[in-house]
Design a protein around this ligand. Structure first.
Ligand code: FES
Length: 105
């Protein structure tokens, strides 16, 4: 699996290019490279701190959320293109991803 970059807007609104590789969980990447407060629950779908808002093309490119992710997205009243980064395992095809980290609730 190769390395690639994904375009992320951080919570201050600044654009960042993050180094990623296939097989990595998106939440780990955001936590390690941007903000340690992302992923407070460790990826067990109970915190919502890993909420990201994708652009439309990126959202369509990803497999749809599973029922547990969907449930938390609804509980968070998340917009349609939002996902929980702890549930997203990157593949080499995800070099096209563009997303923003949601502001803390
Ligand atoms: S890390 Fe807690 S819901 Fe994703």
């Amino acid at each position: 699996l190769s390395e690639f970059e994904i375009a992320v807007v951080d919570r201050s609104g600044a654009p960042r290019a993050l180094e990623a590789r296939g097989g990595e969980v998106l939440m780990h990447l955001l936590r390690d490279q941007i903000d340690v407060t992302i992923g407070a629950c460790g990826g067990v779908l109970s915190c919502g701190t890993c909420l990201v808002i994708l652009d439309e093309e990126s959202a369509a490119h990803l497999p749809p959320p599973g029922p547990d992710e969907q449930e938390l997205l609804e509980a968070l009243d998340a917009p349609p293109a939002a996902r929980l980064a702890c549930q997203l395992v990157l593949t080499d095809a995800d070099a096209v991803l563009r997303l923003a980290i949601a502001r803390e609730a």
